[in-house]
Ligand binder design. Structure first.
Ligand code: URA
Length: 251
């Protein structure tokens, strides 16, 4: 098994977190420093910072409405963690991240295998955002957003982007709906800024088939077995979140 996959399957953290641990040489396999090209057997003696890694028994899958002001990770001094908003005995981590000032759907789990799958670029599930931007993007600007723009030398993947027709909108600010297939760091904010429409508010309303629905900030719920199966599967054709039923995404 790939080393980062072994760590994720043992519930150590997200794929990125596991890769960081390996890069920082904090993991050993049968006494040797773990490297990315190792093939790790399921019965290997794997340790992180000297502590043995055990596969956890019950897998937990939660949907949290992250309020603003909470970070998605834990262990950063003086920061409030979204993980402390849920009360379950298992040690959870967030599947992907949501900026501190952003709100909305954050998936939490101790199932690293699932997190690995959901955040893997090959299987990346759609993520849908309601975005309040400054000004009013023109049709030309929306087309650029849809087609992808160059961010740090790499083009963003095509996105579905449209103006929300029945949201409160003024000439100073506009609600835009954005559906992405990839999750580059602060992607929505960076793209919007580059297009001349800085983000004032960002709400994630859907990941794959999981909807934020009517969870209030700080509330959470367990995912159903069907929802978990859906996340583990290759993404199916996905439906936009049901916030405003008369909107259709531009192709
Ligand atoms: N895009 C952003 O800019 N921030 C997020 O938190 C998620 C997507």
């Amino acid at each position: 098994m790939k080393p980062q996959r072994f760590l994720a399957a043992a519930g150590i953290g997200s794929r990125r977190m596991c890769e960081r641990l390996i890069l920082e040489q904090r993991v050993t396999v049968n006494g040797q420093t773990m490297t990315f090209n190792m093939d790790v057997q399921s019965d290997a003696d794997v340790r992180v910072d000297g502590k043995p890694v055990h596969a956890s028994d019950e897998s937990i899958y939660l949907a949290l409405h992250k309020p603003a002001g909470y970070i998605s990770d834990r262990g950063i001094p003086h920061e409030k963690s979204a993980l402390d908003l849920v009360s379950v005995p298992q040690r959870l981590f967030a599947v992907g991240r949501l900026d501190k000032d952003a709100t909305g759907l954050l998936l939490l789990t101790n199932d690293g295998e699932m997190a690995f799958h959901v955040t893997h670029p090959r299987y990346e599930h759609e993520k849908e955002y309601r975005v309040l931007v400054s000004g009013r993007p023109s049709e030309d600007t929306l087309d650029q957003w849809r087609a992808g723009i160059i961010l740090h030398g790499e083009k963003t993947a095509p996105a579905k982007v449209w103006l929300e027709s029945n949201a409160r909108t003024t000439t100073q600010e506009t609600w835009v709906r954005v559906i992405l297939h990839e999750g580059r760091k602060r992607q929505v904010k960076r793209v919007a800024r580059q297009l001349g429409h800085p983000v004032k508010q960002l709400i994630r309303v859907r990941i794959g088939a999981i909807q934020l629905g009517d969870l209030k900030p700080g509330e959470w719920r367990r995912l159903s077995a069907g929802e978990v199966d859906g996340l583990k599967a290759t993404p199916p054709t996905q439906q936009p979140a049901m916030y405003f039923s008369d909107e259709t995404p531009a192709q």
